[in-house]
Design a protein around this ligand. Structure first.
Ligand code: IPE
Ligand code: IPE
Ligand code: MG
Length: 255
């Protein structure tokens, strides 16, 4: 049975319905560490890249679902600053995926009013990756629905180092007083300056660590882990995470 929301396009295929999930009280920003592609492939006797390819199909499913549910921001960790250490062929494959993803999926993103954004060191990506992603950003920049935010060549420590450099330079130039440096000032100098902080972080594959993802922004987010490898993740798991999130008590240090 399709979920009946004012914002759900009726032509989308039937959606999972999690008993007890309150579709009116969803987290506004969900961040996901999409992990386990390689192990998924290995278990099937396939090369690691087969896992990445299958993982891309899961990205489509989850984006579609997040958009149908009316979530504001979905941040997906697609490539870390540490992932350059991987074999050249794997890195090359990963760098072609955004193009492949957008070739087949950009029209639907546009149709769904999704806005594509990125965080990370964009300039150091290969030209073909930048071109494809930049086109998607440009063509969706006026959209007002889900913000689909890809963390591409993203590393939280690098992000903070760069922010500190800019802040230090502003002080040096006399445009900023040391006393004006506060949490808001730091936040405004991160890649995520224009985004609200994630309410919920999901990590697949059984690992329970941040791997240099959004260290500052996740300070008070709820964490949700599953042993499922990313290529086996789906709308139902996503809703389970949302449901569990709704049953957490966020206290922010209070009582
Ligand atoms: C996540 O899957 C995808 C990226 C990091 C790009 P992995 O490739 O890390 O898969 P595992 O963790 O080795 O199984
Ligand atoms: C984190 O996964 C990065 C992405 C999902 C893009 P990794 O597989 O790179 O993290 P580690 O090495 O297990 O910490
Ligand atoms: Mg991994």
């Amino acid at each position: 049975m399709p979920i009946k929301f004012p914002f759900t396009k009726s032509k989308s295929k039937p959606e999972p319905q999690t008993p007890g999930l309150d579709y009116k009280q969803l987290p506004r920003h969900v961040a996901i560490i999409m992990d386990g592609n390689g192990r998924w492939a290995k278990n099937k006797g396939l090369p690691r890249i087969a896992g990445h390819k299958e993982g891309m199909n899961v990205v489509k499913k989850v984006v579609r679902h997040a958009s149908n549910l009316g979530i504001d921001v979905l941040t997906l960790y697609a490539f870390s600053t540490e992932n350059w250490k991987r074999p050249k062929t794997e890195v090359e494959f990963l760098m072609k995926l955004p193009m492949e993803f957008l070739n087949t999926y950009l029209p639907e993103l546009i149709e769904k009013n999704v806005r594509v954004e990125t965080i990370g060191d964009f300039e150091r990506l290969p030209e073909h990756t930048k071109t494809a992603v930049q086109e998607a950003k440009d063509r969706t920049k006026n959209n007002t629905g889900l913000i689909l935010n890809f963390a591409l060549n993203y590393g939280s420590r690098y992000e903070m180092v760069e922010a500190v450099k800019v802040v230090a330079d502003e002080v040096k130039q006399g445009n900023l007083d040391v006393d004006e440096i506060d949490e808001g000032c730091i936040s405004r100098h991160l890649y995520t300056a224009d985004l609200k902080e994630p309410d919920l972080l999901i990590r697949t594959s059984g690992e329970q660590r941040l791997s240099n993802f959004l260290l500052w922004q996740l300070a008070y987010s709820e964490f949700w882990f599953t042993d499922v490898y990313w290529p086996d993740f789906n709308e139902a798991y996503f809703e389970k995470a949302l449901y569990d999130y709704q049953n957490r008590k966020r206290r922010y240090g209070g009582v």
